[in-house]
Design a protein around this ligand. Structure first.
Ligand code: MN
Length: 444
């Protein structure tokens, strides 16, 4: 049987009868009875998790399929999820955390069951028009909610291109990377309370800055407001305080990923960050995309990461391919009519992979909990058109970029809308993340 692309619809009954037990949720031959547009980020092979709020109803978990959201509360009430073994109350929660309490096995069983219910040959939901109408919401008819009650939030600094660019600009082009960088995934503890959902605008932050050449700091709206193109992963329940998660175990503790824009006020950052690192330049907001794509859905898109030189310590060594081929892009729309792509990067460029990040994070006995979030750090590629921040794209503002309406930008202007998008594609299957989009409002 060919593994390239979905089967002809006429052959479906034969195909499913033949390999019912072999079909996995990621199989590129799977087709859903829900119509999925060809360019959709959400085919049956994806099934990312989010929290929807249908009109007049309480927020509840859902998975995305094409242009629709499948309501897990409705399915659970109909008894269709009983065999999964997750408590029914988890399907009525306003965040995904209760669903995640059962760990990888429970999430995997749930995704498998949802895949079964959505397959072209499964008539349980397909032919029950009353239940189907209640369970399938068009995405335009539901509000999205922040999917996770985020506990602790950590931001890494794991792109060697980004770290090299920043080190070159601010320190020494000949010693751009600090001595620790190739030996451990550098990170800092951020703030979870100000992580917001795509669509929620932000106000330009105010703060303290030291203008070039001045001898005293000034206070006011930040002038150098920037983006950071990142991805963030969400953890499942970890181990008790004092225990460590090894690199080999790490992916069992990762639920999935979303797009993440780590807003940064560069002028505030430059003055405040010495010696303890980012503070108010970062914690005013970070924006998250609404659907969490499971690590399982990304399995077909594994690739090798950059070679790590010199060799890392034993506890950071890993087997196999631990990076993922996720195409990413950043666009800026200055006026609602000229959305302009300003960068194209890829998650595969990460020098430190997620398994190493989580292993390093817990090697001292630090515990992680269901719903902790760990962001990658700015994901820059090797060329200027793949840099993940305006700081790098415009090289500290020395090379302004031109938007579709002819306006120039060194950093963000009030009224700009920034959108990050990401997807994987292979064998005719596209697994996407949707987008995280945010408008910049003037300082309050
Ligand atoms: Mn960051």
């Amino acid at each position: 049987m060919s593994s390239s692309g979905p089967p002809d619809r006429l052959c479906l009954p034969f195909f499913y009868a033949k390999c019912k037990d072999m079909i996995e949720a990621n199989d590129s031959r799977l087709v859903s009875w829900v119509e999925v547009p060809a360019d959709s980020d959400f085919p049956i092979q994806n099934l990312p998790f989010g929290i929807i709020e249908p009109d007049g109803a309480e927020p509840r978990p859902a998975v995305a399929i094409g242009d629709h959201a499948l309501d897990l509360a409705v399915l659970a009430e109909a008894g269709l999820l009983d065999e999964v073994g997750i408590e029914r109350t988890a399907y009525h929660a306003p965040v995904l955390n209760p669903l995640m309490q059962g760990g990888k096995a429970a999430i995997r069983a749930l995704r498998k069951r949802l895949s079964e219910l959505l397959r072209a040959d499964n008539d349980v939901l397909r032919d029950d028009s009353s239940l189907r109408d209640r369970a399938l919401h068009h995405c335009s008819a539901v509000k999205m909610r922040l999917p996770i009650e985020i506990g602790d939030y950590t931001d890494f600094y794991s792109s060697i291109e980004h770290a090299t660019n920043v080190g070159t600009m601010f320190r020494d082009p000949n010693n751009a990377l600090l001595p620790n960088w190739r030996h451990l995934p550098v990170g800092y503890h951020g703030r979870s309370s100000s992580i917001i959902l795509s669509g929620q605008p932000i106000h330009r932050p105010k703060g303290q800055m030291m203008p070039d050449g001045a001898d005293a700091p000034v206070f006011g709206p930040c002038k150098l407001l920037d983006i950071e193109l990142e991805m963030a992963f969400v953890t499942l329940p970890g181990k008790p305080l004092g225990d460590s998660i090894s690199v080999a175990e790490a992916e069992d503790y990762i639920f999935g990923l979303a797009l993440f824009n780590d807003w940064s006020a560069r002028d505030i950052q430059k003055w405040e960050y010495v010696p303890l690192g980012p503070f108010l330049a970062k914690n005013f907001a970070s924006s998250l995309s609404p659907w969490i794509v499971t690590l399982d859905a990304l399995e077909p898109f594994r690739v090798a990461g950059p070679k790590q030189e010199p060799a890392v310590l034993d506890y950071l060594q890993f087997d196999g391919e631990r990076n993922f081929d996720i195409e990413l892009e950043v666009s800026i729309d200055p006026d609602g009519e000229h959305d302009t792509v300003v960068s194209r990067s890829n998650f595969r460029y990460m020098y430190w992979n997620m398994a190493q990040q989580l292993a390093h994070h817990t090697v001292n006995g630090c515990n992680v909990r269901a719903g902790d979030m760990m962001a990658s750090g700015t994901i820059s590629g090797p060329t200027p058109d793949s840099y993940g921040s305006l700081l790098e794209i415009t090289w500290k503002g020395t090379k302004p970029l031109t938007l579709g309406n002819g306006e120039q930008r060194k950093f963000l202007a009030d009224g700009d809308t920034v959108t990050l998008r990401g997807h994987c594609s292979k064998d005719g299957i596209r697994i996407g993340f949707g987008e995280v989009t945010t408008k910049i409002l003037p300082a309050k």
